[in-house]
Design a protein around this ligand. Structure first.
Ligand SMILES: [Zn+2]
Length: 376
């Protein structure tokens, strides 16, 4: 069965060529349109406003709004139609669309999107991301514009029709147990674990950076209390604390995207059925048990969610069949008793004697799953 898959990307627009107030107004109008109000601003181009009211009904039920909101769509972004001009000269979409993707000259033209002036055009170079999606058979039908931290952006959504392959008999089990120990994955074939690994972000480095940031934040507090809150020193220390916090964020985010890409490539290679355990509540508990600071736990958890979301998005896009299943790490896969954790994260069953490293227990559950799907 063919399915529609989507992927999205964000492009930063040149701020000096954009009127932030204008984009803000468009966002406010979009917000109203989303709530069912149709307000025609006399000074804004009809073509742009048609995006809101003329095509809005189509957009509203599409990916752009509602069904799968991306985190940057939290504020109401302005939906825009696209017109595509391909390298061979063929065209698709509405020729009056405010966003033109020109693959002959590899530019994206924004017509009256960035400033409320007739025939005002901003050109940005075509991101490699778009070329890559196109080469995979995708098409960029949707675009949106909006502000994120007061910076103007263009969001592009690629769409592709894809038919998931028939699994070859391999299962790729992914256990999202805790971001501290990373995720665990195992490749299973004919009731055997072929390969198995646990990987994740470097939590030692994250912990170090976190404590360095906290030390500096304390120092800023001290300086403020003695009246040096606006001094050169305070601002330098503030910069250091901020850069450490954003490094922690980048490390965990990049790892999430890297691992999702790697696992989907592995599933494709073996034509495996992807089985994902998405039990984030258990992960959070385990992170709290580790006495990690609560804001670090929050960050790790949000990146864990990001990992699962990216894994699902890529699986859909590349036609990898997948399903979500509980793969327990504290329940015995042989007899169902509760497992007890010993030193070095080894889990032991007091009832039947089963024993395995904690991160491997879910793989036994995946093995059971394969046997039961073969039976049925
Ligand atoms: Zn047991």
């Amino acid at each position: 069965m063919r399915m529609k898959a989507h992927r999205a990307t964000l492009i930063k627009l040149p701020k000096d060529k954009c009127d932030v107030d204008y984009i803000n107004r468009l966002m406010a109008l979009t917000n109203l349109a989303y709530r069912g109000y149709e307000i025609w601003a006399p000074d804004i181009s009809k073509t742009i406003q048609h995006q809101l009211y003329g095509s809005f009904k189509n957009f509203k039920d599409s990916l752009a709004f509602g069904t799968k909101p991306k985190r940057w769509f939290a504020e109401t972004w302005v939906p825009l139609k696209t017109f595509r001009v391909y390298a061979d000269g063929s065209r698709k979409g509405d020729r009056n669309a405010p966003v033109v993707l020109d693959f002959r000259s590899n530019v994206i033209r924004l017509r009256q999107v960035c400033r409320n002036e007739p025939r005002y055009v901003v050109e940005v170079s075509m991101p490699k991301w778009v070329i890559d999606r196109l080469s995979e058979g995708g098409d960029v039908k949707f675009a949106m514009t909006g502000l994120k931290d007061n910076e103007p952006y263009l969001a592009l959504t690629a769409e592709r029709e894809v038919e998931p392959y028939q699994p070859s008999g391999y299962i790729l089990a992914v256990d999202v147990n805790s971001w501290k120990y990373g995720i665990a994955w195992g490749l299973i074939r004919s009731g055997k674990l072929v390969t198995w690994r646990a990987e994740g972000p470097n939590t030692l480095l994250i912990n170090t950076l976190y404590h360095q940031a906290v030390d500096r934040e304390r120092m800023i507090g001290k300086l403020r209390r003695i009246g040096y809150g606006d001094s050169m020193k305070a601002s330098r220390v503030r910069g250091q604390a901020k850069s450490r916090r954003s490094r922690i964020y980048r490390i965990t985010r990049d790892k999430a995207y890297f691992l999702a890409g790697k696992l989907v490539r592995k599933a494709l290679k073996y034509k495996a059925l992807l089985v994902i355990d998405n039990m984030t509540e258990e992960s959070r508990k385990e992170l709290l048990e580790e006495k990690l600071p609560s804001d670090v736990v929050k960050l790790l958890m949000s990146n864990l969610k990001r990992f699962v979301h990216q894994l699902e998005t890529l699986a859909q896009w590349y036609g990898v069949p997948y399903r979500f299943r509980r793969l327990y790490s504290t329940v015995c896969p042989v007899c169902g008793s509760k497992l007890v954790q010993e030193d070095d994260r080894v889990m032991v069953c007091g009832n039947c004697g089963f024993k395995a490293p904690r991160d491997m227990v879910p793989m036994y559950w995946a093995l059971k799953l394969q046997l039961s799907t073969e039976d049925g």
